[in-house]
Design a protein around this ligand. Structure first.
Ligand code: COA
Ligand code: ZN
Length: 284
């Protein structure tokens, strides 16, 4: 097996995991968990999202979270944004990187952000401009790249169309998301290869959920197809606001373990991640 090393694991639990929790996690606790994750050596952490507090009340303290965490040199504190308003809020709150979500399935995108896919793509151009003016990188995550709970299979051509469109705006990274954990390893390898062929210089990441227990297998398939950056969430918390049947991200602990056991370096201290998981699980 070809084993390029190192891989980069990006922590997304404080956004993707926390957003599903009903009880409001106090801002100080969020900040302590995030600080432990950066101490653990996670160099990219999705710390929050600048979405509507009416839709996702857990993320109402997005700016406070960014203000309260320890900003460690070399650790990127990223914010998910759904639209230009969210991007402007995230820029004002001094996020290091913005991540715009565009869902490949038309009905899911409308339900998630109230826009058509093409409107989200237009929004991406405006957000790229706003972020560029402040020299802040913009990444794009393409949701439901491997299947949608409303529409079923998502054509690979649709994912490619979005990828090509946003690449033209000078984004710094593209992430393919299996938002509901519908993908399988053969599919992951196929789509990764397709996107790498059309956008060979675009940094590519995978964002995988574990609904059907295939998260790690999908990560391995992506790794073998040449992906070196993977999202994961502490403790595997979370689910999907649109599809109640889905479960959380691949647990960070499992993702680190997978690669370290194969001799592929992640730079992540598992004990510290477990400490962060314990801290949040005590609250939940
Ligand atoms: N942050 C905070 N408020 C926002 C916002 C943002 N990013 N975008 C819009 N709003 C506000 C508007 O200013 C407006 O406020 P008002 O009622 O006080 O005038 C209100 O929300 C409605 O604006 P509208 O443009 O009609 O948006 P909407 O109601 O269709 O909601 C989103 C659009 C994108 C804000 C909302 O669907 C959302 O937050 N989605 C994110 C869902 C999510 O987090 N999913 C999981 C992660 S992928
Ligand atoms: Zn997710």
């Amino acid at each position: 097996m070809r084993l390029p090393s190192p891989v980069r694991i990006r922590e997304v639990g404080p956004r993707d995991g926390f957003q599903m929790e009903k009880a409001f996690i106090p801002t100080d606790l969020k900040a302590r968990v995030i600080d432990l994750l950066s101490e653990a050596g996670l160099r990219s952490i999705e710390v929050t999202s600048f979405v509507s507090p009416k839709v996702i009340p857990q993320m109402a303290d997005a700016a406070e979270v960014l203000g309260r965490i320890t900003r460690r040199p070399g650790t990127i504190c990223k914010a998910l944004v759904p639209n230009l308003k969210g991007a402007e809020r995230a820029l004002d709150a001094k996020a290091d990187v913005l991540e715009l979500v565009i869902v490949a399935s038309e009905s899911y995108n409308r339900r998630n952000v109230g826009m058509s896919v093409d409107q989200s793509i237009e929004g991406c151009a405006q957000i790229a401009k706003a972020a560029g003016e402040r020299s802040i990188p913009l990444e794009v995550v393409i949701g439901t790249s491997f299947g949608c709970p409303i529409e079923g299979p998502v054509p690979e051509a649709q994912v490619e169309r979005i990828a090509r469109a946003v690449a033209a705006f000078g984004i710094s990274r593209l992430s393919l998301a299996d938002s509901i954990g519908a993908g399988n390893p053969a599919q992951v390898a196929r789509l990764v290869t397709r996107i790498k062929n059309v956008l060979p210089t675009m940094p590519l990441s995978l964002h995988l959920h574990n609904t059907r227990g295939l998260g790690l297998a999908n990560a391995l398939a992506g790794f073998q197809a040449g992906v070196d950056t993977f999202d994961a969430g502490l403790g595997g918390l979370g689910g999907c606001p649109i599809f109640p049947g889905a479960t959380g991200n691949v647990p960070t602990e499992d993702m680190v373990n997978l690669f370290e056991e194969m001799g592929v370096s992640t730079g992540v201290n598992l004990d510290k991640v477990r400490e962060a998981s314990r801290l949040i699980q005590q609250f939940l």
